[in-house]
Design a protein around this ligand. Structure first.
Ligand SMILES: [Zn+2]
Length: 419
């Protein structure tokens, strides 16, 4: 169903016929003014009967019977990229481009929208989880997420439930499955010796910085979930790429609040770098070293990424914490799955241009231009969506450390088992 209205661009006063394809009662949308490219945001609201109305704050609605204007038309199909102008609607265009993947894609959009709608209770529940306020966690979960939540949940239930539902969202936004492979790779390190990992996890979670980082990762995650309307329209592109198909050059995603997204990108990179020491300590442990030791001075050569110059190498975690991001990343070289997941979330090209502090872009025809570099806007948003999956991965890794760390008894120096 298409809902139309006649409005005036709040920036340049162009008269616009706005057409929005509707797939649910409350639908957020962003369109660009066809004349000046300013973003116009709004949503649809049920008007009390079976009809829907527009809610577009700050925008004047025009009467086409009265106004003799030079009308421009702009159409959007809510969650979808904007199709090329022509006889095809965005919906039909997306159906034909995604082919048999269209149904899966629509299911995944519905999952994202469900999470968006439940973002408040989810954030409350996660906050209680972080603070170990178990009874409050139980009540929020029972009220909003799982009617079957047991009256007497185990501590393992409480650690795993939220992460289990977050993994549905993770699969919806990262259909290529890089997060699944990275998880297998990193979780194997914990499984190789549960006892040694429990000891390591205990020292990781005992560090006061750990809960700060865990909190920062979750803050980033929830703020991106709240900004869903800025990135959901790129999800069709994410799914198309995961299916190995090429992206139609005509597809555009509505330009969002680029500054906000750019800030989110940089914050995601910062917090992800803060999670790397956990991975490197697990690596050290697995290779039989003290978790704090990267290069054993007694062994010449030791573990060193080949891409680094001798003066960039570090010997221990204290030195690691002080090096720059590029050096830190290089130490992921023995975790190839996580490394490629990381690379697709933080492509250096995007990072060095768009995510840069002095980013002063020009955008036209869906291309961001910065100092001669040209990056399609959707490539930037795709990376951001990949980062959502990566943030969930870090939350999951924090959980793993908390489960095992809480089962290490420092008094006797023994692992208490998980049951
Ligand atoms: Zn305008």
């Amino acid at each position: 169903m298409i809902l139309s209205t006649y409005i005036e661009c709040p920036a340049c006063s162009t008269a616009i016929i706005l057409r929005v394809g509707i797939s649910r009662a409350r639908q957020k949308f962003t369109v660009a003014c066809p004349e000046c490219r300013s973003s116009i945001r709004g949503d649809t609201i049920p008007d009390g009967s079976e009809h829907l109305d527009f809610n577009i704050p700050g925008v004047t609605v025009l009467d086409p019977e009265v106004e003799d204007r030079d009308w421009r038309t702009v159409s959007t199909y809510g969650d979808l990229p904007i199709a090329p102008s022509g006889e095809f609607s965005s919906f039909l265009f997306a159906t034909s481009v995604l082919g048999e993947k269209f149904a899966t894609y629509r299911r995944c959009v519905a999952i994202v929208r469900d999470f968006e709608e439940k973002v408040d209770p989810l954030e409350h529940a996660y906050g209680f989880y972080l603070q170990g306020k178990w009874e409050l966690l139980d009540s929020v979960v029972k009220r909003h997420f799982s009617k079957a939540w047991p009256d007497d949940p185990t501590i393992l239930d409480r650690h795993t439930y939220l992460h289990r539902i977050l993994s549905w969202l993770q699969s919806a936004v990262e259909p290529a499955g890089q997060h699944v492979q990275a998880k297998r790779e990193i979780w194997q390190k914990a499984g190789a010796s549960e006892e040694r990992f429990a000891k390591l996890a205990f020292s990781v979670i005992s560090n006061p910085g750990f809960s700060v980082v865990n909190r920062r990762v979750s803050d980033q995650f929830f703020s991106l979930l709240r900004d869903g309307e800025e990135w959901v329209s790129a999800l069709a592109i994410v799914h198309l790429r995961a299916a190995g198909k090429s992206i139609p050059a005509e597809w555009r995603i509505p330009p969002g609040r680029i500054g906000t997204l750019r800030d989110a990108y940089r914050q995601n990179f910062e917090v992800s770098c803060q999670m790397l020491p956990v991975v490197i300590r697990m690596q050290n442990m697995c290779e039989g070293r003290d978790p704090e030791v990267i290069r054993d001075p007694a062994i010449s050569g030791g573990w060193a990424p080949r891409s680094l110059r001798p003066q960039e190498l570090v010997n221990n975690m204290n030195q690691f914490s002080k090096v720059n991001a590029a050096t830190k990343e290089a130490y992921l070289n023995r975790n190839s799955k996580l490394r490629s997941f990381w690379n697709s979330a933080f492509s250096r090209d995007v990072r060095n241009s768009i995510a840069h502090a002095e980013f002063d872009y020009v955008m036209h025809d869906g291309i961001l231009e910065y100092k001669g570099r040209r990056v399609p806007f959707h490539v930037f948003v795709e990376a951001l969506i990949k980062q959502i999956a990566l943030l969930i991965f870090w939350l999951d890794l924090c959980k793993l450390c908390k489960i095992y760390g809480s089962r290490w008894d420092p008094a006797t120096g023994s692992f208490l088992g998980l049951d």
